[in-house]
Design a protein around this ligand. Structure first.
Ligand code: ATP
Ligand code: MG
Length: 421
């Protein structure tokens, strides 16, 4: 879009809408357009790989859930954001805001003995929450993507061990998305002392956390017994500072609460009925997508990390009024495009003919693909393409025959991101 949407209330909403990544249908409800869907898919792939690394098995549960299991857990009226609807025959349904009510009786049907445990299943699915104030673009949606994993254990000790493993793996998932997530103690409901939130520090965050500058221990203000400037009671050395942040993930020990509600027990070695201990692990791919932009942007637009950028390379060819020069430019760009794609480099090619160079560059900055390559009469006169990384201010020329190799090396090199949000 030529202009930023006038009603955008956050950086991610403004940039993602203007650059054509997402389109708003209503408050908190978005379509993912081609560029945006590529980013969301990459984030989902990362979390999928990370959950497989902790033995999670992927399933897909329905989003449309009948009333009965919500009554079993007494949550039909307790969850204020529950979307409720009537089906044929006046039957009540809810759109899933979370899936304990489906997954617990599901696993119960297959797991009969302690020998069948542990089991860990996850899904990546849209969740529905009737948020009173859907806002800030992808940060708070009414329909939004979630990865929710549920683990089942024959003992508290086994749950705790697995929980710690997932807690660690989550850091890798966020790091791969270009986010430096802070593990934060948060309220865990009535079942365990704390849950753990993954918080990303940014001035646009809705949450307030306190973090020790020394040992990195952090706690959400909701349960904090500290204030800004206090000595850290964890390490005794650092000072605790107030930080604004966005919650991008949350993991809980559910203890035996949901298993008890559904009468889910397993046969123990001596034949008696044993309790089933559960953990749940949430991660928000769409909120992660918005958070990446809150953290990685500048005045000109977005700055995607290589790992989740819609494409690796933004190839720009500049048109020329002389037909034969124009053909040379097109040919060189085509060759570059094909060679890069054949090597597995993802390239989007701006070959528009009726658009000025300055406009193409402004669009490239807005879209924020990490590497821009330009082919023009000027670069071809040097037998080169112009190379500019999104975070750099200066461009340089790279000989056409070296571009493929340099791009491959650049892609394999570690990310060099700096936060701006
Ligand atoms: P919040 O306190 O921000 O409303 P929550 O604590 O209710 O979120 P959880 O139930 O912990 O959310 O959900 C797990 C993850 O799903 C969150 O950490 C977040 O990444 C994502 N998420 C939750 N609500 C939304 C939403 N409305 N829009 C986008 N992502 C969300
Ligand atoms: Mg939460």
């Amino acid at each position: 879009m030529k202009e930023a949407p006038h009603d955008a209330d956050s950086v991610n909403a403004r940039l993602l809408v203007q650059a054509g990544f997402i389109n708003q249908l209503a408050a908190g409800i978005y379509t993912y357009l081609p560029l945006g869907l590529r980013v969301l898919t990459k984030i989902k792939t990362i979390i999928r790989e990370e959950m497989q690394a902790v033995g999670g098995q992927e399933i897909l549960m329905p989003a449309l859930i009948p009333k009965a299991p919500w009554e079993a857990t007494k949550r039909w009226d307790a969850i204020d954001v529950l979307f409720k609807l009537k089906g044929a025959g006046d039957k009540d349904f809810a759109l899933g805001p979370t899936h304990e009510e489906v997954v617990t009786p599901l696993v119960q049907q297959y797991v009969k003995s302690y020998k069948d445990l542990p089991v860990s299943v996850y899904q990546i699915q849209d969740k529905f929450r009737n948020e009173p104030r859907a806002k800030s673009g992808l940060l708070r949606g009414r329909e939004f993507a979630m990865k929710d994993m549920y683990s089942f254990h024959a003992s508290l000790a086994d749950l705790e061990q697995y929980y710690d493993r997932v807690k660690q793996q989550y850091l890798s998932a966020f790091a791969r998305c270009g986010l430096d997530a802070i593990v934060t103690e948060a309220s865990g409901g009535v079942f365990s002392k704390y849950s753990h939130e993954y918080q990303v520090a940014t001035t646009s965050g809705e949450d307030i956390i306190y973090q020790c500058g020394q040992c990195r221990w952090a706690v959400n203000r909701e349960i904090a017994e500290v204030k800004d400037g206090d000595a850290c009671h964890r390490c005794g050395k650092g000072v605790v500072r107030e930080v604004k942040a966005i919650e991008v993930g949350n993991i809980f020990k559910l203890s035996t609460r949901f298993a008890d509600d559904f009468g889910f027990h397993v046969a123990l070695e001596d034949g008696s009925a044993g309790k089933v201990w559960m953990g749940c692990y949430g991660f928000g791919p769409s909120r992660v997508m918005g958070s990446i932009i809150e953290v990685h942007h500048d005045d000109a637009g977005m700055r995607w990390p290589k790992s989740v950028a819609p494409y690796h390379v933004h190839l720009v060819s500049l048109s020329h009024k002389d037909e034969s020069v124009k053909n040379q430019i097109d040919e060189a760009a085509q060759e570059l495009h094909d060679a890069l794609e054949a090597a597995g480099v993802e390239v989007v090619w701006d070959d528009r003919e009726d658009v000025r160079a300055g406009e193409k560059f402004a669009d490239a900055d807005l879209i924020g693909i990490p590497l821009r390559l330009v082919v023009s009469e000027k670069t071809l006169s040097e037998g080169a393409a112009e190379w500019k990384e999104r975070h750099e201010t200066e461009a340089r020329l790279v000989k056409l025959e070296d571009v493929l190799q340099e791009t491959k090396e650049w892609l394999a090199a570690p990310e060099r991101l700096t936060s701006h949000g």
